[in-house]
Design a protein around this ligand. Sequence first.
Ligand SMILES: NC(=O)c1ccc[n+]([C@@H]2O[C@H](COP(=O)([O-])OP(=O)(O)OC[C@H]3O[C@@H](n4cnc5c(N)ncnc54)[C@H](OP(=O)(O)O)[C@@H]3O)[C@@H](O)[C@H]2O)c1
Length: 291
Amino acid sequence: MDKKIALIGCGKAGLSLSLALKGAGWEVVGCASRTLAAARAGADWLACPLLASFGEIPAEAVLILGVPEGALPEVESSVARQDPNLKGRVILHLSGALPARVLEFCRLRGASVGSIHPIMALPDPLTGAKRLKDATFAIEGRPAALEVMKAIALALSGRYFILSPRGKTLYHAAAVVASNHLVALLADSQELLDRAGADASVAWPAFQALVEGTVKNFYAGGPVSALTGPVERGDLETIRRHLQALKRWPEARERYRSMALGVLGLARLRHPERREAHDALEKLVTGWHSS
Ligand SMILES: NC(=O)c1ccc[n+]([C@@H]2O[C@H](COP(=O)([O-])OP(=O)(O)OC[C@H]3O[C@@H](n4cnc5c(N)ncnc54)[C@H](OP(=O)(O)O)[C@@H]3O)[C@@H](O)[C@H]2O)c1
């Protein structure tokens, strides 16, 4: 492998990755961006030439598309148009949400396409390049692209896992649930705590410790063993009181109801012998509209 890259899209992620690879001994043969200003700034960061056309990129260099998801179709089709013979070229994008097959025109012209998503926030090139040494990379794509992505991960942090094209979308949904949905859930908890009249300066740190303990238990023993609380205990009356108290906040109550059903699914796995109590809980949680 020649350890050469070219970058199109001189933004936060593309520059972070290229800079980190440069630090690991890879050669950056050139860069381009939508605006000349960004391309010039990129060329300064990477101490590399500006690319005037895709034809200038040596065949052995890996092409990294550091552009946002919305720009990928335009950029990849213009790469395919300008360079009709992409046989042997590896082309990668950095999106966590999209599979490699969005680079379809390039694949049809012979390129081996891949997606490499560093699971890390990359706020600027310098911080990003440093953080990539601790990042795990989710990689997915065609065989030659996979080999290059493994080499990139090994050059930076040594950590990667491989996804299938279908798995890529589920992977992104998993990340959204784990980060964005968790935030919404914690916001509900904080709102209820405030409405309960608790002193935030004392109560919030206490809840932080509660959440951190739960997360620790989850990753140490898995969801079933991390489960505690009234649903796990089959405590129908407590759940009834919660739903009653939440009546004045219908949106939070809807989310409570839906999460309680998720908890119930885990409780059923943990205590299969409590089927009757769980059935009663399910009836209570799903049938509250009629009461
Ligand atoms: N930042 C992160 O934390 C992070 C982490 C992991 C993965 N990613 C992924 O990396 C990708 C890029 O995100 P980002 O955060 O680096 O975004 P960004 O900072 O906005 O950078 C995007 C770059 O793409 C360039 N660009 C846009 N349209 C273009 C076009 N048609 N042709 C050529 N260049 C074009 C922009 O150029 P101009 O500046 O010239 O307009 C900009 O420099 C996304 O898929 C994102 O999901 C980001």
